[in-house]
Ligand binder design. Structure first.
Ligand code: ARG
Length: 459
């Protein structure tokens, strides 16, 4: 009956409000596969331990397989009245096989059940992320190989700093996404213990075999060791969200660079039509929408991490219903992280690199000033600070004349420091600059090729 106090959409009263706040089926139906896998492993173990009969086990497994087909075929009716995926499946199982369905929940609680389902789901998502990151890294390796010799300006403070190669810049992203992939693998290792059998929080009096279910479900670390921790713990979800946030941050920095590089002012790259859009009013425009959206996805992924940290921070042990709020955040972050990685893999793979603009830009802003200073140290024996000072004079002179450092005459250089010889002109080109940076991890084309070779081994 409608109630003036509840009003609006809750016209049907307190029961409807309770259902609205309590039911999780609208989002946790995503876990149906994991829930059924978990129930199959649990029922199989219960029968092996003589806790349920082989006959009941057989009809439970039969029913669960039917339910999986029904859900996959779109004929399963999800009910909010039944709260969540666990109750929806169990209730359907009873319709299908009768009273034997009631034996499935022996020595189990929804607390360990949901901990299991969610862990299995996050583990699969991490495995998918591993593959996706490997794909992104491969695309960068290909671009780096093509552009190991392509000179571009390197920036600090977004001001021209020193010439680098585009290949070297690509390999910086390989390092970043490589660390992300390592975090993914560590996260899989950390969560790889089975929660099932922790029951409500205290374990169970039935003689279950948690090692058996752990093995059946593919948890390489065996069962979790403490039942209270097991039903209270969402570290695996938090760890996924933190590594997702760090990865999204990397994607966002890359997106930002693509946005900047694709402006007519920079003109370093051209996005393919598939990853850009036109303007409805300005015919000349080609907008980097996909990159901008990747940059924006970081907001919701970071938001999901903060949301779940905040949900968890004040919870007493063990399970509290607050923890039901974990799933939407993780599902949303996962979907958007997958999408952002896929979009970036596509964008980086088919963007056109404008090597002429990059090279021209690399030579502006007195980018080889450090090379001049280094030459004075190496060839004229000046302390670096004095060389820096003399180079400052050369830059000021070139600036005053409106020319590049390499356009100054030998006489002009010698007016700054008489020890300077013609040899100076060899180090002032952008190619000579990058070629000279042979220190381990530096931008020299040979160094970049070594980085690529190392990563090819890792991948
Ligand atoms: N839907 C619940 C969740 O997502 C399942 C666990 C419910 N357990 C309970 N004792 N009410 O957390």
């Amino acid at each position: 009956s409608s109630n003036a106090m509840w009003g609006g959409r809750f016209a049907s009263g307190p029961d409807a409000i309770m259902e609205e706040i309590n039911a999780s089926i609208d989002f946790d139906k995503t876990l149906y596969n994991e829930d059924i896998d978990g129930s199959i492993a649990h029922a199989t173990m219960l029968a092996a331990k003589g806790i349920i009969s082989e006959e009941d086990k057989a009809s439970i497994l039969d029913g669960l397989n039917t339910i999986r087909r029904e859900i996959e075929g779109g004929t399963f009716t999800f009910s909010r009245r039944l709260e969540d995926i666990h109750m929806n499946i169990e209730s359907r199982l009873r319709e299908l096989i009768g009273p034997a369905a009631g034996r499935l929940h022996t020595a189990r609680s929804r607390n360990d059940q949901v901990a299991l389902d969610f862990r299995l789901w996050v583990k699969k998502e991490l495995q998918k992320t591993d593959v996706a990151l490997t794909g992104l890294i491969s695309v960068f390796l290909t671009r780096a190989e093509e552009h190991a010799d392509t000179v571009m300006p390197g920036f600090t403070h977004l001001q021209t700093a020193q010439p680098v190669t585009f290949g070297h810049h690509c390999m910086a992203y390989v390092e970043m996404f490589g660390r992300d992939r390592k975090r993914v693998r560590h996260a899989i290792e950390h969560l790889d213990e089975s929660p099932i059998g922790a029951a409500a929080l205290a374990g169970t009096g039935f003689a279950i075999d948690r090692h058996m279910t752990a093995e059946a479900l593919g948890f390489s670390g065996g069962p979790t060791r403490n039942s209270i921790d097991t039903v209270s713990d969402r570290d695996f979800a938090l760890e996924f969200l933190s590594l997702a946030s760090i990865c999204a941050t990397h994607l966002s920095r890359l997106a930002e660079e693509i946005v900047i590089w694709s402006t007519p002012q920079f003109n370093f790259v051209r996005l393919s039509d598939s990853f850009s859009t036109g303007s409805s009013i300005m015919p000349q425009k080609k907008n980097p929408d996909a990159a901008e959206l990747v940059r924006a996805k970081t907001g919701r992924i970071n938001g999901a991490l903060i949301a779940l940290l905040t949900v968890m921070k004040g919870l007493p042990l063990a399970y509290s219903k607050d923890m039901q709020e974990d799933k939407e955040q993780v599902f949303d972050a996962a979907k958007n992280l997958d999408l952002a990685i896929a979009a970036m893999t596509g964008m980086v793979g088919d963007l056109t690199v404008n090597t002429a603009s990059m090279k021209a830009a690399a030579g502006t802003g007195f980018s080889t000033a450090t090379d001049l200073a280094d030459w004075l140290v190496r060839e004229a024996g000046l302390p670096f600070r004095d060389a820096h000072h003399a180079t400052g004079h050369a830059v000021a002179l070139a600036e005053k004349k409106g020319c590049d450092l390499a356009d100054l005459s030998l006489e002009e250089f010698q007016s700054i420091n008489p020890a300077i010889t013609n040899g100076i002109f060899d180090v002032l080109t952008v190619e000579a600059s990058v070629a000279s940076r042979k220190s381990f991890g530096g931008t020299s084309p040979d160094g970049v090729r070594q980085q690529i070779a190392w990563w090819r081994e890792q991948i």
